[in-house]
Design a protein. Structure first.
Ligand SMILES: [Zn+2]
Length: 240
């Protein structure tokens, strides 16, 4: 499905489908009854997920790993991601399981629990075109669209991923940095010049992808670049 042209089934259709085939929570497998904040995640699980480190800790982590001042001026994340974290199943479903509603709903959820309106545009971290064709969607774009649907801050497609990079799962921090160097380019520099941008991604692992995106955006004239991710890896053995 073309991402830009993608539309969501109206809520009433959604409710009818739920009545025919009741939904089960991705995490605890309990039947979900009534409205929940996030599609296929019961509210009990949602509130039990471990929280990510606070903003200062994340920014310091970025500084320590990169051994230089960060291009990203601030970074926020909501959930902690590690091998044993229940949210791991959710992240896999969003990344690889076609859980597009869930990505969009998590965007709306983030918008309601954090303040993200002091920016001019949201910029989703792009996938390579071939990856979008394989997967059918970009989960970071869906999260950005979910936030935007609440805050009304527009989403702008300013970045393009030039290389189809291999998975970063088993790479060290240094290798991750090298793996993403030079892989992003700007699509519309005139629209971001002087603007405050917020990068959106599903998981921050080492932050090397966010840093590379921020550098490209700042070099193209952006006034500032902050970042928000759904989850932050609390060990570098996350997923990409
Ligand atoms: Zn649950």
């Amino acid at each position: 499905m073309n991402l830009l042209g993608m539309t969501f089934i109206p809520n009433i259709m959604h409710a009818m489908m739920d009545a025919i085939a009741p939904l089960h929570c991705e995490t605890c497998d309990q039947c979900i009854s009534g409205n929940t904040h996030v599609h296929r995640v019961c509210d009990a699980c949602l509130y039990m997920f471990e929280c990510a480190p606070n903003d200062d800790v994340l920014l310091n982590q970025l500084y320590t790993q990169n051994n230089k001042d960060s291009f990203v001026c601030s970074i926020e994340s909501h959930f902690a991601f590690h091998q044993e974290a229940p949210i791991q199943r959710i992240i896999y479903a969003i990344k690889y399981g076609n859980a597009q509603y869930m990505a969009f709903d998590f965007g709306k959820y983030l918008a309601r629990i954090k303040k993200h309106t002091e920016v001019d545009y949201y910029v989703p971290v792009p996938l390579h075109r071939a990856r979008v064709r394989e997967r059918g969607y970009n989960q970071s774009l869906l999260i950005a669209q979910g936030i935007s649907s609440v805050t009304k801050v527009p989403v702008i497609h300013s970045l393009e991923r030039l290389h189809y990079s291999t998975t970063q799962t088993k790479l060290s921090s240094k290798d991750r940095m090298q793996n993403v160097q030079g892989i992003f380019s700007i699509k519309n520099a005139d629209r971001i010049r002087g603007k405050r941008l917020m990068l959106l991604d599903d998981v921050m692992t080492t932050g090397s992808t966010l840093e590379e995106c921020a550098q490209v955006l700042l070099e193209s004239g952006a006034r500032s670049v902050s970042a928000l991710t759904l989850a932050a890896a609390t060990s570098t053995r996350g997923i990409q």
